[in-house]
Design a protein around this ligand. Structure first.
Ligand code: SF4
Length: 178
């Protein structure tokens, strides 16, 4: 197994902007985040197994996370033309998911068990099986951080990394429990 320093270097090379490791006990889970999901600002609520309500209750999500001892928190950031640049946000999200896949591989090569959370639902399939049939790729499905009841701004503060990275940029978060 590589040292955490080496894993940090590999993740930087994979495109990570900021990163930190904190104990899982520092992560707070809240049903309040679910209320934000229900507003459906991202349009993913009730659309995939990776988002509420399909992802399970906040308590079920918390129990899955608490089976691990540490969480690697990372960000990617992306430039926008302006604060209404929806295409830029989509491009940023796609780029974030590519980084997330590389980070996931790094952790899977070093730890027997991991749980990966990323941003805004699951885009693995053109059409999700939800709710009619089980997920096609449960081992590669990444729920969003928020779907697990985690306030991203709070975990950013705990980890000492930036929640936002300046005007006309978008920052996306990912978590790897290990
Ligand atoms: S992997 Fe496919 S079936 Fe599973 S949650 Fe994602 S989109 Fe849905």
């Amino acid at each position: 197994m590589e040292s955490l320093d080496t894993i940090f270097e590999l993740c930087k090379e994979a495109g990570v902007h900021e990163q930190a490791v904190i104990p899982v006990e520092k992560i707070k889970f809240s049903d309040e985040v679910r209320h934000l999901c229900e507003v459906n600002y991202c349009g993913s609520y009730g659309k995939t197994w990776a988002c509420p309500p399909g992802v399970g209750s906040v308590e079920e999500c918390r129990e899955k996370c608490m089976a691990f001892t540490q969480v690697y928190i990372f960000t990617t950031w992306h430039p926008l033309e302006d604060s209404l640049d929806l295409d830029g946000m989509q491009e940023g999200k796609a780029a974030h998911e590519e980084v997330c896949a590389r980070v996931r591989k790094i952790f899977e090569e070093n730890f027997a068990e991991t749980l990966v959370l990323t941003s805004e639902g699951c885009g693995n399939c053109q059409t999700c099986t939800y709710p009619d049939a089980p997920c096609r790729f449960p081992d590669h499905m990444c729920p969003s951080v928020e779907s697990y009841g985690i306030f991203v701004n709070e975990e950013a503060a705990e980890a000492g990394i930036h929640y936002i990275n300046g005007a006309n940029t978008v920052t996306y978060f990912g978590n790897v429990f290990f």
